[in-house]
Design a protein around this ligand. Structure first.
Ligand SMILES: [Cu+2]
Length: 172
């Protein structure tokens, strides 16, 4: 019985560690892509990733895509405060990834939004998501589906009202 506890902990932790392996695309380093698990009949789901630009030139995340079996389209969203209410809207012209900077898509901030979900996203699954950058080009990454709690832990996102409110409005 003394052996079983560390082994169980290893099994529980390993999937997250594996998902955290950064991937290089040109001057960009892409880390921890993830999708948010949804309740049944949710029309949308959030997607998150951390993008570091190690180059000397700005780049832009111009598009994201996923299989039609999962969602109709993937939009690039931002959250803004409007009269005390967090609202989300599409980012015009894509998400800038300035030279030398790291841009983190996370709950309550910039995020990918899967629109027209064909099925609920269940924690433990993973789905391929394709990102297109103006300069670095295109890459397809395997993004695990995580619960909001797991995503907040992984991204350091605030557990506050804002992120939940925007997505709850839109997503439930
Ligand atoms: Cu959104």
């Amino acid at each position: 019985m003394r052996i079983s506890l560390p082994f169980a902990v290893f099994l529980a932790v390993f999937p997250l560690s594996a998902a955290a392996e950064p991937v290089t695309l040109g001057d960009l380093s892409l880390d921890a892509p993830m999708l948010r698990a949804t309740p049944p009949n949710a029309p949308v789901a959030g997607g998150y990733i951390t993008i570091e630009n190690r180059g000397d030139a700005d780049d832009t995340l111009v598009a994201a895509a996923i299989s039609e079996a999962i969602a109709g389209e993937v939009q690039l969203h931002t959250m803004t405060m409007n009269d005390g209410v967090m609202e989300m809207s599409q980012v015009e012209g894509g998400i800038p990834i300035p030279a030398g900077e790291t841009v983190q898509l996370m709950p309550g901030g910039l995020h990918l939004m899967l629109m027209g979900l064909a099925q609920p996203l269940t924690a433990g699954e993973s789905h391929e998501i394709t990102l297109t950058f103006e300069t670095a080009g295109e890459i397809t990454l395997d993004a695990p589906v995580l619960t909001l709690g797991e995503i907040r832990e992984a991204t350091g996102a605030e557990g506050g009202h804002g992120g939940d409110h925007g997505h709850g409005n839109h997503g439930n």
